[in-house]
Design a protein around this ligand. Structure first.
Ligand code: 5GP
Length: 124
C-alpha cells in the first residue's frame, strides 16, 4: 500500500511558513524546532522537509542524502543543546512515534529529542 501524505498537517503548515515555529536548526532538507508543549526542559522536534508520513516511509523512500542530513542535523541539535553524554552533557532521549499503535498525532515523520531532566525508564 502506498503512503498518502496529508499536506494540511501542522508540520507541513510550519514548513510552508503558515505557522511560526521556534527554530533550533535548519538545513536544505531538515528543520529542527521546539515542541509547543514540551515534555522536558529541552524538547525539540526534528523533521525532514520532504513529505514523509512515518519513520518507515522516510527510511524506505527518502534519498540517502536526505536521510543522512536528517540524522546529522539531529546530532547537531544535541550538540547545540549541550546534551551529548560523550561531551559532558547529561544525556537525552530520541524517539519517534509511528502510526496508530505508536500514537503518532502529526502525520509527518519526526524525531523527538527530549533532555534537561531524568526521563525515567520507558521499557521494562
Ligand atoms: P507525535 O504525537 O505525533 O509524536 O508528536 C507531535 C508533537 O507535535 C507533540 O509533541 C506536540 O506537542 C507537537 N506539536 C503539535 N502542534 C504543534 C505546533 O503547532 N507547533 C509545535 N512547535 N509543535 C507542535
Amino acid at each position: 500500500m502506498a503512503y498518502v501524505y496529508d499536506p494540511s498537517n501542522i508540520f507541513a503548515r510550519i514548513l510552508r511558513g503558515e505557522i511560526p515555529n521556534n527554530t533550533v536548526l535548519e538545513t536544505d532538507h531538515t528543520l529542527a524546532f521546539r515542541d509547543i508543549a514540551p515534555q522536558a526542559p529541552d524538547h525539540v522536534l526534528v523533521i525532514p522537509k520532504g513529505p514523509y508520513v512515518t519513520f518507515d516511509h522516510f527510511i524506505n523512500e527518502a534519498p540517502e542524502a536526505e536521510i543522512v542530513d536528517f540524522y546529522r542535523t539531529a546530532g547537531q541539535v544535541c550538540k547545540v543543546l549541550g546534551i551529548e553524554p560523550g561531551h559532558g552533557g547529561a544525556g537525552f532521549r530520541a524517539i519517534t512515534n509511528s502510526g496508530e499503535n505508536g500514537v503518532q498525532e502529526v502525520p509527518h515523520f519526526h524525531l523527538h529529542i527530549l533532555a534537561g531532566r531524568n526521563l525515567g525508564r520507558m521499557l521494562g
